[in-house]
Design a binder for this molecule. Structure first.
Ligand code: PGA
Length: 251
């Protein structure tokens, strides 16, 4: 089985000005100088270049929080892969539940965005996860099967599966302080890995992250689960000390 490098991503959402982003990176870098993990910061668009420039030569790479699938055109308010590449961005979060919930992001759009990111050389961090109602109705597996099947429908599974990072983020655990138990997260992520195995041989190389109220106090236990390869961190990633502690928890 391929060994998977731990992957810790800070999703700042709509937080931090350029000046605040710059302070964060300056505090974080010395704290994570020894890490062997992949550390990814996902700032708002306007702070991408600042974080790229300030983190050059470190373990940190940079991801955007969204991208349009078209190369260019009349899509007011959107950003293309070429624009991200010009800023030296490495990756892009796609399908975050807040984009699905508040901005009408659909699996159909994601079926175009994921291949577009791959074709441009950006690493997609594809977010999936069920609502509380779906979990209570025992629909978690069905929801995840639907999302992953649709979102990866346009991907060449044989060639590109292992270039994708998946973030499993149960919606009921995002920003609520209610974390999935390590057992729940492990069980669901193992299910996702089995699902990926039905798609392509690269499934065992795919990093699958857990997201939803990850904090310094619960990170080590979550990250010690065999199928949990990292974390997508929101609230706790706004503080460089807390995020550094989460990076340290990955070993
Ligand atoms: P949270 O957010 O850590 O604040 O729950 C995680 C996410 O939405 O990616």
């Amino acid at each position: 089985m391929p060994s998977r490098t731990p992957y810790l991503a800070a999703n700042w959402k709509m937080n931090k000005t350029v000046a605040e982003a710059s302070d964060f990176v300056d505090t974080l870098l010395p704290r994570i100088a020894a890490t062997q993990s992949d550390v990814v910061i996902c700032p708002p668009f306007l702070a991408l270049s600042e974080v790229v420039e300030r983190s050059r030569g470190s373990a940190v790479t940079v991801a955007a929080q969204n991208m349009h699938e078209a190369g260019s055109g009349a899509y007011t308010g959107e950003i293309s892969a070429a624009m991200l590449l010009e800023a030296d961005v490495d990756a892009v979060i796609l399908g975050h539940s807040e984009r699905r919930q508040f901005f009408g992001e659909t699996d159909e759009a994601l079926s175009r965005k994921v291949p577009a990111a791959l074709a441009a050389g950006l690493e997609p961090i594809l977010c999936v996860g069920e609502t509380e109602e779906a979990r209570d109705a025992d629909q978690t597996a069905a929801v995840l099967t639907g999302q992953i099947g649709a979102d990866l429908a346009g991907v060449d599974h044989a060639a590109d599966l292992e270039r994708i990072v998946i973030a499993y983020e149960p919606i009921w655990a995002i920003g609520t302080g209610r974390t999935a138990t390590p057992e729940q997260a492990q069980e669901t992520i193992a299910f996702i890995r089995d699902l990926l195995r039905t798609l392509g041989a690269g499934a065992d190389a795919v990093r699958i992250l857990y997201g939803g109220s990850v904090k310094p106090g619960n990170a080590a236990e979550l990250l010690s689960q065999p199928d949990i390869d990292g974390a997508l961190v929101g609230g706790a990633a706004l503080d460089p000390e807390d995020f550094a502690a989460i990076v340290e928890a990955a070993g």
